[in-house]
Ligand binder design. Structure first.
Ligand SMILES: [Cu+2]
Length: 174
């Protein structure tokens, strides 16, 4: 996806440059001596080159793509009026876990809070989409799931929980 966007950007940049070069060539020839025209063209090409280099150099992989491996735990979250369903309620500590969140009806907000009620992350849960969020739980314990998007009269009751358990290093957890 990112490479497609890059390719489209480069093609559009090239087209814009061609339009500029064409405009420079067709107009103002009488006023601008050849050397000025050449310097202007060189400046445009230099700016184009800098733009391409900066564009490529500033590309970064998406964070979840960096952390995700074949054995990254994936948790499926289903939201509905007015409940949460989580297919795994014992999550490992200290490793990235992926939440795949979808809704059975209206838009909800999947929000996860720690044991002192601090919001750790949230992701919008929208009809027709599976939204993904990745998180590393540093602390074992109880975590609370709430809904952060008003979804009807019992919105406030959309609460559930899950546990993060200590990852005993060396154990086979796959
Ligand atoms: Cu809600």
């Amino acid at each position: 996806m990112q490479m497609t966007v890059l390719a489209i950007s480069l093609v559009v940049m090239a087209l814009i440059s061609l339009v500029f070069i064409g405009a420079i060539r067709s107009g103002g020839r009488a006023q601008a001596p050849g050397s000025v025209e050449r310097r202007r063209l060189a400046l445009i090409l230099a700016m184009l080159a800098v733009g391409i280099v900066v564009t490529i150099a500033s590309l970064r992989p998406w964070p979840q793509a960096v952390a995700m491996t074949a054995d990254t735990p994936t948790i499926n979250v289903t939201g509905g009026q007015w409940y949460w369903e989580i297919d795994n309620t014992e999550l490992p500590q200290g490793v990235p876990v992926i939440f795949n969140a979808h809704t059975e009806d209206v838009t909800h907000g999947f929000g996860v809070m720690n044991d002192v009620g601090r919001l750790l992350f949230q992701v919008q849960v929208m009809p027709g989409y599976v939204n993904q969020v990745q998180y590393v739980f540093d602390t074992p314990g109880e975590y609370t799931v709430v809904c952060l998007e008003y979804c009807g009269v019992a919105h406030h009751a959309m609460i559930t929980d899950f546990t993060v358990v200590t990852n005993q290093g060396g154990d086979d957890n796959g």
